[in-house]
Design a protein around this ligand. Structure first.
Ligand code: 8YV
Length: 315
C-alpha cells in the first residue's frame, strides 16, 4: 500500500473499495463523519474516489490543497464541480463505455415491462387472479415510435436494440449527428409529439435540468410513455406526477429519481408506472469493469501515465 491518501466521498462498491484500500490510504467519508479528524489529514489528500451520484463541491475541493484527481465510478459526473476542479488543476475521470450495454438493456426492459405490464402480470398470477379471467391487453412495442432524448454512447446502444424491434427511431440532442440514420428533432417537445415511447438518456446537470417538463409531457400525449435511465433531475418530477394523475400521458418507467433513494408516494401507488432503484449499470460484470476503470484512472495518474478515461472537459 502506498502512502497516497484518498478521500472516499461515497459508500463505494466493495469491488472498488477493497482494491482501493489495498493500494492507498483511504479515508472513508471522513469529511462527513469526523470533521476534526478530517481537518488533520485534509492537507495530505491527493485524490477523491466518488460514485456517479456523488457531490464534490468547490468548497470541498478548497479544503484539499494537495488534491490532484477526482475519480468517479460512474459515467455520469453531474455532481462534480468540474469547472472548480479545472480551476485548481485537478483532473476528473469517469467510467464511460463499460456500462453502455447494461443501461441500454434496462431501457428496453423498462419499455417492455411497462408496455406488456410485466410487474402487474406477475402480481396478477401470484395473487391467483388468472382463473377469474385474463389480464387486460398491453401495448405493442415492435414497430412503435421511439424518441431518444440524448444520442450519446448509451442512446446509440438503445437505438441499436430498438432497430431489432423494428421501431421507428428519432432523437433530439444539442445538434444533429450526420452519421446517424435516425431522424433529428430540434427539441424535446417536438420529439415527444412524434413518439410513443420517450426515453431519457442525456447527462444530468444544469444544461438538462427539468428538460422534460409539463409542455413536453403534454406533447407526448395520452398514449405516450416516458422512460428515464439517465438522471432524475432531467424530468420535472412533480409535473410528471401531475401528468400521470391527469392522464395527460399513459405511463412512465423510471430507474432514476430527483431525490434518490426517496421515491414520491404518489409514484409508488400508481399502477401505470414501473419503478426500479437506479440499477442501470447494476450487474456484477459491469460494476467490476467500472471499478477496474475507476482504479486504473487513479493508478495511471499517480504513475504519470495517460489517463484511460478523463471527462471530456479534462481531455
Ligand atoms: C452509478 C450511474 O454510478 O454511471 C452512472 O452515472 O448512475 C451509475 O452507474 C452507479 O450507481 C455506481 O455508483
Amino acid at each position: 500500500m502506498s502512502d497516497i491518501e484518498v478521500l472516499a466521498v461515497a459508500q463505494l462498491s466493495p469491488l472498488l473499495q477493497q482494491p482501493l484500500q489495498a493500494a492507498y490510504t483511504v479515508h472513508q467519508r471522513l469529511h462527513e463523519t469526523d470533521p476534526a479528524a478530517f481537518a488533520a489529514v485534509a492537507s495530505r489528500i491527493r485524490a477523491i474516489a466518488a460514485s456517479g451520484e456523488s457531490r464534490v463541491s468547490a468548497d470541498l475541493m478548497q479544503q484539499l490543497p494537495a488534491l490532484e484527481i477526482v475519480s468517479v465510478m460512474g459515467v455520469g459526473y453531474d455532481g462534480i464541480d468540474v469547472a472548480a476542479a479545472q480551476a485548481r488543476g485537478v483532473t476528473v475521470t469517469h467510467t464511460p463505455g463499460v456500462l453502455n450495454d447494461d443501461v441500454a438493456d434496462l431501457a428496453i426492459a423498462l419499455m417492455l415491462a411497462w408496455a406488456r405490464q410485466i410487474p402487474r402480470a406477475d402480481r396478477f398470477v401470484r395473487a391467483g387472479l388468472w382463473p377469474a379471467g385474463p389480464l387486460p391487453f398491453g401495448r405493442k412495442v415492435s414497430g412503435a415510435r421511439l424518441g431518444l432524448v440524448g444520442i450519446g454512447r448509451i442512446g446509440q446502444a438503445i437505438a441499436l436494440r430498438a432497430t431489432a424491434f423494428g421501431m421507428r427511431i428519432a432523437y433530439t440532442a444539442r445538434s444533429a449527428k450526420a452519421d446517424l440514420p435516425y431522424r433529428f428533432l430540434p427539441s424535446a417537445a417536438a420529439l415527444a409529439a412524434e413518439s410513443d415511447f420517450l426515453v431519457v438518456i442525456t447527462p444530468g446537470g444544469a444544461g438538462t435540468h427539468k428538460l422534460i417538463d409539463a409542455d413536453v409531457l403534454a406533447a407526448l400525449g395520452p398514449q405516450g410513455c416516458v422512460v428515464n435511465v439517465a438522471r432524475g433531475s432531467v424530468i420535472d418530477e412533480s409535473a410528471l406526477i401531475a401528468a400521470l394523475q391527469a392522464g395527460t400521458i399513459a405511463g412512465a418507467a423510471l430507474d432514476v429519481f430527483e431525490n434518490e433513494p426517496n421515491v414520491p408516494q404518489a409514484l409508488r401507488e400508481m399502477d401505470n408506472v414501473v419503478l426500479t432503484p437506479h440499477i442501470g449499470s447494476a450487474t456484477g460484470l459491469t460494476r467490476q469493469a467500472m471499478a477496474d476503470l475507476a482504479l486504473a484512472n487513479l493508478k495511471a495518474h499517480f504513475a504519470g501515465e495517460a489517463l484511460p478515461s478523463p471527462v471530456p472537459q479534462c481531455r
